[in-house]
Design a protein around this ligand. Structure first.
Ligand SMILES: C[S@@+](CC[C@H](N)C(=O)[O-])C[C@H]1O[C@@H](n2cnc3c(N)ncnc32)[C@H](O)[C@@H]1O
Length: 349
């Protein structure tokens, strides 16, 4: 139905996660070889929108299906200062042609009166003689967003949310208490800029949440953990979902049994403290050694995305620089009232 090759893409992040969603969008564009689009991204923090201009349809669909911290992603059909029937007529014709079976639902949550919606719908049925209008089972939905005095007309794209939710810990055979939720796991994988068929490592793999998301995006995954119970549990989760892994084995993240510069990306959630099993290391020593080892095994231009308690931010920064990493971005994410997680993305220059 859609006839154009390139669209502007509208992304509306979840409230409170604007900067993290923006970083996630950039990371995914990098992973799918669309780095040139990053400098053209427009965003408006106040209206809470991100626009990726002239992206090809295939990349727009990939981006939409990977990105996690969003409540809406849609192809922009057009902009106008008014929301008129004339505008809709032009946009529909320009984007979909005239003789198509079209089903329209108009989302007017932002601004529009139901009278306008009724007018638009009745107009659409007149204009497209063979069309029908359905608010419950639309083939193409058209949403009208009123942003900064402008109307943005979009067609929604499918996002990853509905899929990811089916992988949440409650649907896994093995999910101990430290298990990370699937949405955050996917976010970490995205921020690590992993690509299809590339080698992805989680050196504190636990029950395998992050590895599962990387495997679902087509990466070859390797995991290790010091606890045999967790290694078996993670393998069991992979079998249950019929997901492939290269290896998940018993090991120590501070002594990785891997050769130098062999891994493309690392995404991980190391222990946080008191409740964590730290196996003979102080927490800081554990982080320092794991960061050194990650730097050694990552290829040049590889990325590491890892979590830490927010309180470690200042202590970790000099260690990260001494090792040789560049800090690409850092974001905090509230987990519960006594824990805020720091998500750090590092780059091997
Ligand atoms: C926060 S949990 C990871 C949770 C995991 N992302 C999940 O969803 O199941 C941290 C993990 O690090 C493991 N661990 C602790 N010290 C380790 C070490 N030195 N090397 C490897 N794994 C270690 C623990 O056994 C634990 O499974």
């Amino acid at each position: 139905l859609i006839i154009k090759n390139n669209y502007d893409l509208l992304i509306i992040p979840i409230n409170d996660y604007f900067s993290l969603a923006l970083e996630e969008t950039k990371a995914i564009l990098e992973s799918i070889n669309k780095t040139s689009l990053i400098s053209r991204i427009k965003f408006d923090f106040d209206s809470g929108i991100i626009i990726v201009p002239t992206i090809d349809l295939k990349s727009a669909l990939t981006l939409s299906e990977r990105v996690t911290l969003v409540k809406y992603v849609g192809l922009i059909l057009g902009y106008d200062s008014k929301t008129s029937m004339e505008t809709l007529k032009e946009l529909l014709e320009k984007n979909f042609g005239k003789d198509i079976l079209l089903s329209i639902s108009i989302d007017y949550h932002h601004s529009h009166s139901s009278t306008l919606v009724e007018q638009l719908l009745s107009f659409a049925t007149q204009y497209f003689p063979i069309s029908y209008v359905s608010l419950t089972h639309p083939i193409i939905q058209i949403k009208v967003h009123k942003i900064g005095g402008k109307s943005i007309f979009t067609a929604p794209l499918r996002t990853s949310r509905s899929d990811i939710i089916r992988h949440e810990p409650e649907f896994r055979p093995y999910a101990p208490s430290a298990t990370m939720d699937a949405v955050t796991s996917r976010l970490i994988v995205n921020l690590s800029r992993c690509r299809k068929n590339s080698l992805f490592l989680d050196p504190f793999s636990g029950s395998g949440s992050i590895l599962l998301e990387a495997a679902r995006l087509g990466c070859k995954v390797i995991g290790l953990d010091v606890s045999p119970r967790l290694v078996y549990g993670a393998r069991f989760n992979f079998e249950f979902f019929s997901c492939k892994y290269l290896d998940i084995f018993l090991g120590d993240a501070t002594k990785l049994p891997l050769r130098d510069e062999t891994v493309d990306s690392i995404g991980t959630d190391p222990p946080y403290g008191r409740s964590a099993i730290v196996y003979g290391h102080s927490l800081l020593e554990l982080y320092e050694k794991f960061l050194e080892e990650s730097y050694r095994v990552l290829r040049k231009h590889g990325y590491l995305c890892f979590c830490a308690p927010l309180g470690m931010k200042e202590t970790l920064s000099p260690i990260i620089r001494r090792i040789g990493f560049e800090i690409k971005s850092q974001h905090s994410m509230r987990v519960h009232k006594s824990l805020t997680r720091l998500i750090t993305v590092l780059f091997v220059p």
